[in-house]
Design a protein around this ligand. Structure first.
Ligand SMILES: CC(C)(COP(=O)(O)OP(=O)(O)OC[C@H]1O[C@@H](n2cnc3c(N)ncnc32)[C@H](O)[C@@H]1OP(=O)(O)O)[C@@H](O)C(=O)NCCC(=O)NCCS
Length: 255
């Protein structure tokens, strides 16, 4: 928990409607949405690991996840938001976060140019002290990661191309989580609305996300906030996932 700082985060794409001022969720509510800052990264990393533990990155620990979330903070192709609960003295506790790109190919290029060595150094340091995670990494990911980090497919994997019929920029809602004590208060809905507004403002014409196919709460959340289930897939770790998509500018429930 840290004291609220009124200093707005640097807006990487000047002129866009970033929620640098906190947005109350309702009259009298103590939960606000604002743009994430570097001071929030420890808390967003903990939430990611507790609430979204699937995939390799959460298994690499808080330091790595915080470094990864940092890549969303100052990018013109990404959004990082937090939901914070304020107490009477205006001290804040992070109770939710969202990170996502507004143009996944541009963001990916940036990851592989600006952040490649920082992420690699953190990742190697994390793997060295986690032999079981390292064994899994060598078994399932070493080849594709070496190709990507070696820069051979900076242009993007086939699965990351624009979906058929949607030639414009495609955003990826990478992660969203709200802590148990703040759920069903509208924080998740508001986080996604602000993210979608940002996607629409920069001209993205489609947004996608992936969630565990058996996560009933998340599936219901997306279905009831205007997302359409597209298809199911299986991850490198054998998890069944469902892909959702929508146009960013559409009101809920329309495609
Ligand atoms: C999914 C998640 C982010 C939703 O956050 P939230 O703040 O509780 O969501 P909201 O309060 O904005 O819910 C909006 C609507 O979605 C639906 N909804 C949300 N959670 C639901 C649940 N567990 N079961 C059924 N419907 C749900 C409801 O229709 C809700 O509206 P209502 O409360 O007025 O009925 C949160 O449950 C979470 O962090 N889950 C764990 C992490 C996760 O699965 N993330 C998504 C995968 S990337």
């Amino acid at each position: 928990m840290h004291a609220f700082s009124p200093t707005p985060q640097r807006d990487p794409a000047a002129g866009l409607p970033l929620p640098t001022a906190p947005v109350p969720l309702g009259s009298g509510a103590r939960v606000f949405i604002r743009t994430a800052t570097s001071g929030d990264l420890k808390a967003t990393a903990v939430l990611q690991i507790l609430e979204l533990p699937m995939g390799l990155f959460p298994r690499l620990g808080r330091g790595f996840v915080a470094r990864w979330h940092q890549t969303f903070l100052d990018s013109a192709h990404a959004v990082a938001l937090v939901a914070v609960r304020r107490d009477d003295s205006d001290a804040e506790e992070v109770v939710g976060f969202l990170v996502g790109s507004t143009d996944r190919r541009a963001f990916r290029r940036e990851l592989l140019t600006r952040h490649r060595f920082g992420l690699m150094a953190r990742g190697i340091a994390a793997l060295v002290v986690r032999p079981r995670v390292l064994a899994g990494f060598l078994r399932t990911r070493v080849r594709p990661y070496l190709c990507r980090l070696g820069g051979r497919d900076v242009a993007g994997r086939p699965g990351e191309a624009a979906p058929p019929g949607r030639p414009g920029a495609v955003g990826d809602l990478t992660a969203i989580a709200v802590s148990g004590s703040a759920r069903r208060g509208g924080a998740g809905r508001r986080l996604t609305e602000i993210y979608l507004g940002r996607c629409a403002a920069v001209g993205a014409d489609w947004v996608e996300l992936v969630t565990l196919a058996d996560a009933v709460g998340a599936r219901t959340f997306y279905s009831s906030t205007g997302w359409t289930a597209l298809d199911d897939d299986c991850t490198r770790d054998g998890l069944n996932v469902r892909r959702f998509g929508r146009r960013p500018g559409c009101p809920e429930g329309t495609r």
